[in-house]
Design a protein around this ligand. Structure first.
Ligand SMILES: Cc1ncc(COP(=O)(O)O)c(C=O)c1O
Length: 401
């Protein structure tokens, strides 16, 4: 969430460079653009920041997932395992690819439960999408070990976790591909925007082609004469977004550090309260400090804690009841309501027909979310606000626990 809280001179400077050339399109116009290629610069810097070999920028995090699935050759008849606690874009991207989303449970990291992922594998499982929710890592090494044994592709949904890592390796670079979002609520923002990263040259080329109507980006001919190896679509990022990305990326470590500092007293307070357990972090895991997540002993206490905190002006989200991020509350998805009133060209709105979704299909996820509260951590927090929050937590704990 910090990106939009820290917009200023750097962003204006970067955008100014683009406006001076007047070229908003990321490709071509070599003479007019006078060497300014902001999307390309953002890609190069983003790849370096994450320790990835390749990065390709797209129009949103949802687009990044869709483009990555195309690059990974996920399509009609394939199943993709993902978790029930995520943003619905993860599911929509799978459905847009013509594949079948298969929900898995989460564990105490609030991310994919590796053991349940393994249980959900069938002969049709082509890929797995672990999602690093709320800035914190999944047990990615275990997930990768299971997937590799079965030749299953790994796409990390890192939309919410730019800058987080496991064992010093950034999230999004553990699997075959990583997808990121730069929408308005994310750690760094370009308004709307996304990125795919990979270390595999073929996957990178396929992603960059799919995101641009199949263009092969042959440097020796003009755009009109470029070859097209396959059909794609338009998921391109434009230069103004690239400029914002360059500016925001240069501040990302500072943003994460400030949030870590903002969190530290609040976290210490929570850790000292009997009856509160913090969200689990995998061994060697590094958070990006956008949120603080903790568990209460049961659902009743969690709701009472949330209500009492709100009286002191402190917001904590109860994700079990959240309509955006929990499958059990996506009635339109459960009922397989797509925009198509006729059979989907790929063989049914959600192919595979026999899969049934329901609000009760993820009992472990339900039990964990029922006890969990999540506090967003803004970048701009003064000491007074932090003190208020600490006091609110202490008095709430005294009354409720
Ligand atoms: C986990 C997750 N995946 C994908 C997305 C989609 O990103 P965008 O909003 O940029 O399309 C989001 C956005 O909130 C997200 O939280």
């Amino acid at each position: 969430m910090p990106g939009h809280e820290w917009m200023g001179e750097l962003e204006k400077e970067q955008i100014g460079e683009v406006l001076e050339t007047g070229v908003l399109f990321r490709y071509e116009f070599e003479t007019e653009r006078k060497g300014v290629y902001k999307v390309r610069e953002f890609e190069e810097k983003f790849a370096r920041y994450n320790g990835a070999v390749y990065a390709h920028a797209v129009s949103s995090g949802s687009a990044a997932l869709r483009v990555a699935l195309a690059a990974l050759d996920v399509g009609h008849g394939d199943e993709v395992v993902t978790q029930g606690f995520t943003f619905i874009a993860t599911y929509e991207a799978i459905i847009e690819a013509g594949a079948v989303p298969v929900p898995a449970e989460i564990d105490d990291t609030l991310n994919m439960d590796p053991a349940d992922f393994e249980k959900k594998i069938t002969d049709r499982t082509k890929a797995v999408i672990p999602v690093h929710m709320l800035g914190s890592p999944a047990r990615i090494q275990e997930i990768i070990e299971i997937a590799r044994k079965r030749n299953i592709k790994i796409l990390e949904d890192t939309a919410q976790a730019v800058g987080a890592a496991v064992g010093g390796k950034k999230l999004g670079t553990w699997g075959d591909m990583g997808a990121y979002s730069f929408d308005f609520y994310k750690t760094i923002t370009t308004g709307e925007g996304g990125m795919v990263v990979t270390n595999d040259r073929d996957l990178y080329i396929r992603a960059s082609e799919y995101a641009d109507h199949g263009h092969d980006h042959n440097p020796n001919v003009g755009r009109a004469l470029e070859g097209r190896n396959f059909l794609g679509f338009n998921y391109r990022m434009m230069e103004l977004q690239g400029a914002l990305g360059v500016a925001q990326l240069s501040k990302v470590d500072e943003m994460i550090l400030r949030q870590k500092q903002n969190q530290s007293m609040i976290r210490e307070t929570l850790e000292s309260i009997d009856g509160i357990t913090m969200r689990a972090l995998p061994e060697d895991g590094k958070d990006s400090y956008t949120h603080i997540c903790f568990y209460l002993p049961d659902a009743e206490k969690a709701l009472a804690f949330q209500k009492r905190l709100a009286q002191d002006g402190v917001n904590a989200v109860y994700f079990k009841n959240n309509f955006w991020h929990y499958l059990a509350n996506w009635q339109h998805f459960i009922e397989k309501k797509t925009a198509w009133t006729h059979p989907h060209p790929l063989g049914g709105p959600i192919s595979g027909g026999d899969i049934r979704y329901s609000s009760e299909m993820l009992p472990k996820t339900d039990a964990l979310l029922a006890r969990a509260l999540v506090m967003p951590v803004p970048l701009q927090m003064d000491e007074e606000r932090i003190r208020q929050m600490v006091m609110a937590l202490q008095s709430t704990a005294e009354e409720v626990l």
